[in-house]
Write a protein that binds this ligand. Structure first.
Ligand code: SF4
Length: 266
């Protein structure tokens, strides 16, 4: 019997999930529980009922690799177009896998990844990198561009706040960079969680050590609020980080590492 992946959304014409015009496949299930998560419908690895505007629905649908392929191939024409404006060198549009933590389902998706690779379609992944080593190994065979989150870099706070094993993350970072892949660091700047001096100093250390192709600073937002409500959950009220503070953090990274980070509002 063919294995199926648990998908919450296949979003066409994505412009913020990698170079060019892309289709983003959102996979359900995550290894972390970040308090600021904007995609609460993707946390758990099983379908969940929601209620929106008085109507019931289900987050998550099991799809075969072929079913996903038939959907994403509809926009094939866009994937081959080079993105001359990309700061990552000229890259093409293509497919991005996001979540949740997409690498957790990469074993199931391997036939699809192989098919995309055979057809020379560019593959991106947005990952927290808190995954067992073998999941990363599968990704390394197929992924052209990695977007890797940098969140809380203190071991005990990482465990207590996110539920993550920082040693596993660090070891995966080493494996990733030793395979010389294109890697963008994405750093959510969340008031009271990731914006303290110690965390920023640790971030600068990682940037200096690994020298990613790009660093994106993500300003916190409340896009997930309605999804929390639809799941009957209370959204967290985040401490807002001002535009001025974002600029200050950007300058600090530049001063310490020589890297010009980009401030993004997704
Ligand atoms: S890693 Fe991403 S998807 Fe998972 S809980 Fe954190 S913010 Fe949400």
């Amino acid at each position: 019997m063919e294995c199926k992946a648990l998908v919450t959304n296949i979003q066409r014409f994505s412009l913020h999930d990698g170079p060019g015009i892309r289709t983003t496949v959102f996979l359900k299930g995550c290894s972390l529980h970040c308090p600021w998560c904007a995609n609460p419908e993707n946390l758990f690895p099983y379908p969940e009922e929601y209620v929106k505007d008085g109507r019931k629905g289900i987050y998550g649908e099991y799809l075969s690799c072929d079913e996903i392929y038939q959907e994403i191939i509809k926009d094939r024409i866009f994937y081959d177009q080079p993105d001359e404006s990309s700061e990552l060198g000229v890259q093409r549009g293509g497919i991005t896998f996001s979540g949740g933590e997409p690498l957790l389902q990469f074993d199931v998706l391997e036939p699809l990844l192989q098919r995309l690779k055979n057809e020379n379609i560019h593959i991106c992944v947005e990952t927290s990198l808190f995954v067992p080593e073998d999941k990363l190994s599968t990704a390394l065979k197929y992924v052209d561009l990695f977007y890797v989150d940098i969140k809380i870099l203190d071991e005990s706070r990482c465990k207590n706040v996110l539920g993550g094993n920082l040693k596993q993350y660090m070891s995966n970072l080493d494996s990733l960079f030793s395979s010389v892949r294109s890697v963008v660091f994405r750093v959510p700047i969340i008031g009271g969680f990731t914006d303290d001096e110690e965390n920023l100093a640790n971030l600068c250390e990682l940037v200096s050590k690994y020298r990613p192709v790009k660093i994106e600073l993500i300003k916190e937002h409340n896009l997930g609020k309605n999804k929390y409500i639809s799941l009957g959950k209370e959204p967290l009220e985040l401490n807002s980080v001002s535009d001025e503070d974002m600029e200050h953090i950007k300058e600090k990274i530049l001063e310490i590492t020589g890297f010009a980070a980009e401030i993004c509002k997704i």
